[in-house]
Design a protein around this ligand. Structure first.
Ligand code: NDP
Length: 453
């Protein structure tokens, strides 16, 4: 490769997308440097998916303890200790961070522990020492950050998911604002751990974009679990008062909480990156890229949340991998953004893939809906009232299954394999001729015969 530049690839950002791209490019023989200003691993590893899932596991023990009685177990005196969980979580995150750094190192990637900004189409300045590094290619993989919106008076008193991972103590009363992935997941975590949780969302229903039956099902389950759902609710101000934080709402009501957590979305990290200096175009607050993740500057690519396409770790990884193979491996390919299976780690859990019923109808598709809502087998002895929901959206003309939506235990695990089936363009007839695994909840997916609509 050309020696005109200090390196073949400079990656800004050591999260999921940047790390994958750096390692693959180095594997193809590129000289790679990667700058990370915070901790290697990025949002997913340090303050996202991984610590979140650990907290979700912790939160579900309360269900196990409650369910145990019906199976003959007496679990007396179970107590939860937040500092133990957080310390153990921190240890695991540190271990993973070390692994990420070691793997980069082993791949021959040079890690620079500093913020880096663009100076031009082929130049990056490292802020820690002021040096300029020239690069044949630059990859921006700086991710996204939490926002504190709505910008109401007193919003500075609120925390975001970043701080939620490191609270000194489990809040007795917590208000979560938002109705997306993060709000719903943290409401479930805190409720499972024993906090009194209020979830306030501006919309009529939580989880916009998910299938309506699943949204309704989760709202029912959350209410049943004692989470106070305030829908059509707008936060208007926060005040520090004796004994906590007082939240006021648009309908004139107010309540006091120990913590207020804002989970109203994330914004691409583009500020102060030197995009103007390099001539990189921005669209709607995100770096504009084509299908190959190339920006308006041919030598600069961008992957992951900073491009605001599908803001999910596996997607960023795929985009980074495709970029590195295409530019350095002589094997051009692009990451597909259709048919992305996704899970919401609420309790009960959601797995979702493809068209929702509403989206299919809005797209003018003639669809048959297969749905089963049932109490899972475990509930027969535990006495838990919660229902599992399995739903298939089938395009009548082609018989293809174009949507799978699940609410219930292990929905995330199940939807991963449904993803394989739909990627292979499975029809309802293919589902029907697939042998059931009995007794499972997932067998419902291959045994539903009569459409409900
Ligand atoms: P989301 O975009 O999922 O949800 C944001 C929520 O906040 C929506 O309910 C939205 O309401 C509401 N909202 C937005 N702006 C305002 C405002 N000004 N006032 C009041 N409410 C507002 O964002 P999250 O923060 O939950 O998550 C960020 C991203 O991280 C997700 O998009 C997802 O891609 C990713 N993620 C994925 C996870 C997973 O795969 N399990 C887990 C966590 C995060 P409305 O619907 O009305 O717009």
């Amino acid at each position: 490769m050309s020696e005109r530049y200090d390196v073949d690839l400079f990656v800004i950002g050591g999260g999921s997308g940047g790390v994958r791209a750096a390692r693959i490019a180095a594997g193809h023989g590129a000289r790679v440097m990667l700058a990370e200003e915070y901790r290697v691993g990025g949002t997913c590893v340090i303050r996202g998916c991984v610590p979140k899932k650990l907290l979700v596991y912790a939160s579900r023990f309360s269900d196990d303890f409650a369910d145990a009685g019906g199976f003959g177990w007496q679990v007396d005196g179970a107590r939860f200790d937040w500092p133990t969980l957080i310390a153990n979580k921190d240890r695991e995150i540190a271990r993973l961070e070390g692994l990420y750094a070691a793997n980069l190192d082993r791949s021959g990637v040079e890690i620079v522990r500093s913020r880096a900004v663009l100076e031009g189409p082929n130049a990056v300045r490292i802020l820690a020492d002021g040096r300029t590094v020239t690069a044949r290619h630059i990859l921006i993989a700086t991710g996204a950050s939490t926002v504190r919106e709505p910008a109401v008076p007193g919003i500075a008193h609120a925390i975001t998911s970043n701080e939620a991972f490191d609270l000194k103590r489990l809040p007795g009363r917590i208000l979560v604002i938002g109705g997306g992935y993060i709000a719903v997941e943290f409401a479930g975590i805190f409720a499972g751990l024993g906090s009194a949780v209020t979830l306030a969302h501006r919309g009529e229903h939580i989880l916009r974009g998910f299938d309506d039956d699943i949204r309704n099902g989760l709202e029912d389950a959350y209410r049943h679990r004692g989470i106070a759902l305030r829908l059509n609710a707008t936060l208007t101000r926060i005040d520090k008062v004796e004994g906590g934080l007082e939240a006021r709402f648009g309908d004139g009501t107010s309540a006091v909480f120990d913590e207020i957590m804002i989970a109203t979305g994330r914004r691409p990290n583009i500020d102060g990156l030197g995009l103007d200096a390099a001539g990189v175009a921005v669209r709607d607050g995100a770096i504009a890229v084509d299908a190959a993740s190339q920006t308006s500057v041919p030598s600069i690519h961008a992957v992951g949340d900073v491009t605001n396409r599908a803001n999910l770790t596996p997607v960023a990884i795929r985009e980074g991998h495709a970029f590195a193979d295409s530019v350095f491996g002589g094997r051009p390919w692009t990451a597909s953004h259709t048919l992305i299976p996704t899970a919401v780690f609420s309790t009960p859990e959601i797995g979702s893939l493809g068209f929702t019923e509403a989206a299919a109808r809005a797209a003018g598709k003639d669809v048959a809906i297969f749905m089963s809502a049932f109490r899972p087998m475990k509930a027969t002895l535990s006495g838990r009232a919660e229902r599992t929901i399995m739903k298939l959206v089938v395009e009548k003309a082609s018989d293809r299954v174009i949507g799978v939506h699940i609410l219930g235990d292990h929905a995330g695990e199940i939807i991963q394999l449904a993803g394989v089936a739909l990627t292979l363009c499975a029809t309802k007839a293919d589902f029907d001729r697939t042998m059931a695994v009995h007794p499972t909840a997932a067998e419902e997916l291959v045994t539903m015969r009569i459409p409900v609509r």
